[in-house]
Design a protein around this ligand. Structure first.
Ligand code: SF4
Length: 754
C-alpha cells in the first residue's frame, strides 16, 4: 500500500534563499567532496508538520526542502522551513542546562550538568507532590508529539493540569466541529469552484500542501474566491472580491446568508431531512438576521449579501465556506464557526468532491475493505485517568469550560488560579516549547503569577521570555537533531510521517523523550516508558510493522495508494469499488450513514446539550459581536509568513527577513491623530499600553489596527529581538469565548501620541 513516486530532485532557489549567504556557502565544491546524503524528516519550524528532506554533507545539514515523496509538497518549502538550518547553527541557542542563581526573572544563571539539573527538577517535583499533591504542578506544551508525551508524563506523575496551545488557537474550530459533526471535517480546496474565506490566511499562516492547493485555486480564473477580512492580507490580494468586514463581525455576515437561503428555501432539503436535526430551531433563530440587519455590523450592503447568497448557493456543492484558522478571535467565535459549518451543511456539500469531508481513517478503510490493509498505530504514551478536577474545570460538569477537552485546558485560566491559589494550591509549572508570556493574553498578570510559583522548569531551544522566569532551563535538541515517533495524518487518505534526525546534537541538548525518561526514572514511574530507544518505541507504536518503519526511515512520508473517497459522490464510490471488487457502493454510503458521534447521532444544526448549559448558544444567533468595547479602534493581530508566533524571531535568516512589526494604520486614522509613516505612538486600553511604530496603509479599515504576532519581547539574552516591535498580547484581557473557551484576540484600544 505504499505509494511509489518517481524521484524529482531538483533545487528551487527562492529569492529569499538566494539572499542567504550562509546557505549558499554550503554549495561550494570543497564541501561536496565528503559524505553527501538526504535524510527525510518532518519540519518543526511551525506546527504544520510538512514532510521535508535534509541534505547532509559531511554530517552537516546544509539544505532543506520539501520531501517529494509527499506529492503535495514536491520540493516546496517556506522561508521558515528553509531556515531550520539557520536555527540549528544559531549562536544564541541554549547549549547546556542552566540553573537560576538570582531572583526569579532576574536573568542570572549558572551552567549545570544534566544530572544535576534533572535531579533538582525531580526532587522539587517530589517535594511539591508530598506537600501539596501532584495536582499542584501544571504542564504545558505546544501541540504535537511533545504535548502527547508531556500529558502522559503529567498523568503518571498524578496531575490533571495539562495545557496545549489549543485555547489560544484552534479550540473554537475543534469545538464547533465536535458539537456539529462529532468529528473533525476537512475542506477539498483542490476541487472546489467557489470559496468564501473568513480570514484563514493560508499565504501567511502556512501549511505547504494546503497553501499550494489554495494557490492553485486562486490562480484559476474559472474559480471564485471571496475574502472577508478587515485587512488586505496576502489572501485578500488573491481574491476576486475582498470585503473589509468590521473585525469580529463574520457571524453577522453568515447569519444573514443563512437567513436568505432559509427565506428562499435554498438548501439541500433531502440532505437536511435525512442527516440533520434542528432545522426549525435554526429558522426561528434567523428570522431577524436579514441582509439589511447585518449592514450595521459588517459594513457590507444588503444587495451584496443577496447577490453572494445566490452565487454561493448556485456553486454548491462544489463550494466551501472556509472555517479555517484565523489569528484573531472574538467572543462570538463558537457561534461564528458553527454558523459557517452549518452553511456548508445546508449547501449539501458534505462528503462531496469540492466540498467538505471527514477523515478516511485506517480503521474506517480497513472496515470498509474488510482487510487490515492500513497500518494501525498504538500510543506509546500511556495517559492514565487522574481522577482530580482541573484548575480550570475543563471537561467538568457545571463548569464554564465543560465543553473544553480536559487534555487541552484553558490557558487564560492559569494566571488567576495561581494568584488566588484556587481551587487548590498551585506551586509548579513545567513548560516545553511553550512561551505564554508572548502568546497568552495579559502577560503582565501571567508574569506576576509566575513570580509566585515555587518551581518553574522550561525546556526550549532559546532563552525565551518565559524561560527567563524559570528555576531550571533544559536545552532542547532541535528537530534536526532528534528522532521521534510515527505520526498519522488524517485526511482523504491516511498518511504517515516520521521525524528522522539528520545529525547528532551539536550541543549538550536533549530531546523531551530523553528528559521525560530520566525524570520518570527518578520519580518512580519508569514502567510507563519501557522503551529504551526510539527504535523500540517506534516498533511498539507500529505493532512491529517493519515494512512501515523501514519506509518511514527511508522516505519520511508514506501514503496509502487508494482512490480519493467522497462517501456521497457516486463517481468516487464507484472508482473505489472498482479497486476493491468486494466493496459495493451501498457499503460506501453506509459508512456515511452510520450514527454520528453527536448526542443525537445526527449532524446537529441545533445542539440541545449546549443550549441546556449555555442558553441561546444551541443554535447560531446574533450574540457577542461587540469587540470594540467603547474604544475607538479594534486591534487585531495575525500570522506572518516569516515567523511562527513567538518561536522564530531570533532565527538569523528569519530575523534578517523580518525584525520588527510596525502597526498597520489607515492614512485617515493617522491624519486624525497627526501621525505620519514611521512615527511612534502608543495604543492602550485598560489592560496595558504598548509603544508602536506607525505603518501607513490603505489595506486596513480606518477603525482597525493590526500587528503581526510574536514581537515586543523581553529577552535580554536574545539581544537581537529584545524589546523590538510591539506585542498585541499585552493589550488582551483574560477573557474567553463562551462554550469553547477560546482566548479572545480582538480588543478595543485608543491611540495616544508619544
Ligand atoms: S509551513 Fe513551513 S515552517 Fe511550517 S511545517 Fe511547513 S515548511 Fe515547516
Amino acid at each position: 500500500m505504499i505509494e511509489s513516486y518517481a524521484r524529482r530532485r531538483f533545487l528551487q532557489f527562492s529569492t529569499a534563499a538566494l539572499s542567504m549567504q550562509g546557505s549558499l556557502r554550503a554549495w561550494e565544491p570543497s564541501i561536496l567532496k565528503g559524505e553527501d546524503k538526504w535524510v527525510r524528516s518532518v519540519c518543526e519550524m511551525c506546527s504544520s508538520r510538512c514532510a521535508i528532506e535534509v541534505r547532509v554533507v559531511d554530517q552537516k545539514p546544509v539544505w532543506l526542502q520539501g520531501n517529494a515523496f509527499d506529492a503535495r509538497m514536491h520540493s516546496s518549502i517556506c522561508a521558515r522551513g528553509l531556515s531550520g538550518v539557520s536555527q540549528l547553527y544559531d549562536q544564541d541557542r541554549l547549549r547546556t542546562p542552566l540553573m537560576r542563581v538570582g531572583r526569579r526573572g532576574e536573568n542570572r544563571w549558572r551552567e549545570a550538568s544534566w544530572d544535576e539539573a534533572l535531579a533538582f527538577v525531580a526532587s522539587s517535583m517530589q517535594r511539591l507532590k508530598q506537600n501539596y499533591g501532584a495536582q499542584s504542578m501544571l504542564f504545558s506544551s505546544k501541540t504535537g508529539e511533545s504535548f502527547d508525551l508531556l500529558s502522559s508524563f503529567a498523568a503518571n506523575y498524578g496531575s490533571p493540569n495539562t495545557f496545549s496551545h489549543w485555547s489560544s488557537c484552534p479550540i473554537a474550530i475543534e469545538s464547533a466541529l465536535e458539537q456539529t459533526f462529532g468529528e473533525r471535517a476537512y475542506r477539498d480546496f483542490e476541487h472546489a469552484d467557489y470559496i468564501v474565506n473568513f480570514g484563514h490566511n493560508l499565504f501567511e499562516g502556512l501549511d505547504i500542501p494546503l497553501s499550494k492547493a489554495m494557490a492553485r485555486f486562486a490562480a484559476n480564473p474559472s474559480k471564485k474566491l471571496i475574502v472577508l477580512d478587515p485587512r488586505f492580507s496576502i489572501m485578500a490580494g488573491k481574491a476576486d472580491e475582498w470585503y473589509p468586514i468590521k473585525a469580529g463581525q463574520d457571524l453577522a455576515f453568515v447569519l444573514s446568508l443563512l437567513h436568505v437561503w432559509l427565506r428562499d428555501a435554498k438548501y439541500d432539503h433531502a440532505f437536511v431531512r435525512r442527516y440533520c436535526i434542528g432545522l426549525d430551531a435554526l429558522k426561528a433563530s434567523l428570522k431577524e438576521t436579514t441582509p439589511q440587519w447585518q449592514e450595521r455590523y459588517t459594513g457590507i450592503d444588503a444587495k451584496t449579501i443577496e447577490r453572494l447568497a445566490d452565487e454561493i448557493y448556485r456553486a454548491a456543492p462544489r463550494c466551501i465556506l472556509d472555517w479555517g484558522h484565523k489569528a484573531t478571535t472574538s467572543p462570538a467565535e463558537f457561534q461564528r464557526t458553527r454558523a459557517i459549518l452549518i452553511a456548508n451543511v445546508l449547501m449539501g456539500n458534505v462528503e462531496k468532491k469540492g466540498g467538505i469531508y471527514f477523515a478516511k481513517t485506517p480503521e474506517m478503510l480497513n472496515a470498509l475493505i474488510q482487510e487490515p490493509l492500513f497500518p494501525l498505530l498504538q500510543s506509546p504514551y500511556p495517559t492514565p485517568e487522574v481522577g482530580i478536577a482541573r484548575i480550570d474545570g475543563a471537561g467538568e460538569e457545571r463548569s464554564a469550560y465543560r465543553f473544553v477537552p480536559k487534555k487541552h485546558g484553558v490557558l487564560n485560566a492559569i494566571a488567576d488560579a495561581i494568584l488566588t491559589q484556587q481551587p487548590y494550591a498551585i506551586k509548579g509549572w513545567f513548560l516545553t516549547r511553550h512561551n505564554p508570556l508572548v502568546t497568552v493574553a495579559d502577560p503582565q498578570k501571567m508574569r506576576t503569577a509566575m513570580a509566585s510559583l515555587d518551581l518553574i522548569v522550561v525546556n526550549d531551544i532559546y532563552m525565551s521570555d518565559t524561560a527567563m522566569m524559570a528555576d531550571v532551563v533544559l536545552p532542547e535538541s532541535t528537530y534536526l537533531e532528534r528522532d521521534e515517533s510515527i505520526h498519522l495524518h488524517h485526511g482523504l487518505v491516511p498518511s504517515y510521517t516520521m521525524r528522522n534526525r539528520a545529525l547528532t546534537p551539536l550541543h549538550r541538548t536533549r530531546s523531551l523523550h530523553e528528559i521525560v525518561r530520566s525524570l520518570a526514572d527518578a520519580l518512580g514511574f519508569s514502567h510507563a516508558y519501557p522503551w529504551k530507544t526510539m527504535q523500540e518505541l517506534r516498533a511498539y507504536q507500529a505493532k512491529g510493522n517493519s515494512a512501515l518503519l523501514e519506509s518511514l526511515v527511508k522516505r519520511g512520508y508514506v501514503q496509502a495508494t487508494i482512490p480519493h473517497l467522497f462517501l456521497r459522490e457516486e463517481a468516487s464510490a464507484r472508482a473505489f469499488c472498482e479497486r476493491y471488487a468486494h466493496v459495493e457502493p451501498r457499503h460506501v454510503l453506509e459508512m456515511f450513514e452510520r450514527r454520528r458521534k453527536t448526542p443525537s447521532g445526527k449532524i446537529e444544526l441545533f445542539c440541545a446539550h449546549i443550549e441546556k448549559a449555555f442558553e441561546g448558544y444551541g443554535v447560531p444567533c446574533a450574540v457577542d459581536m461587540d469587540v470594540q468595547q467603547n474604544y475607538p479602534y479594534t486591534l487585531i493581530s495575525g500570522k506572518s509568513a516569516i515567523h511562527t508566533n513567538g518561536h522564530t524571531q531570533n532565527v538569523p535568516y528569519l530575523h534578517a527577513l523580518m525584525s520588527d512589526n510596525p502597526l498597520w494604520m489607515h492614512p485617515s486614522t493617522a491624519k486624525a491623530h497627526g501621525l505620519r509613516q514611521n512615527d511612534t505612538c502608543y495604543i492602550e486600553n485598560e489592560i496595558g499600553k504598548e509603544k508602536v511604530k506607525v505603518f501607513l496603509t490603505e489595506g486596513i479599515r480606518p477603525d482597525t489596527l493590526f500587528l503581526y504576532m510574536g514581537f515586543g519581547r523581553q529577552t535580554p539574552l536574545l539581544p537581537k529581538i529584545d524589546r523590538k516591535g510591539s506585542s498585541a498580547s499585552k493589550l488582551l484581557p483574560l477573557k474567553t469565548a463562551p462554550v469553547c473557551g477560546a482566548m479572545i484576540t480582538n480588543t478595543g484600544v485608543r491611540i495616544v501620541r508619544a
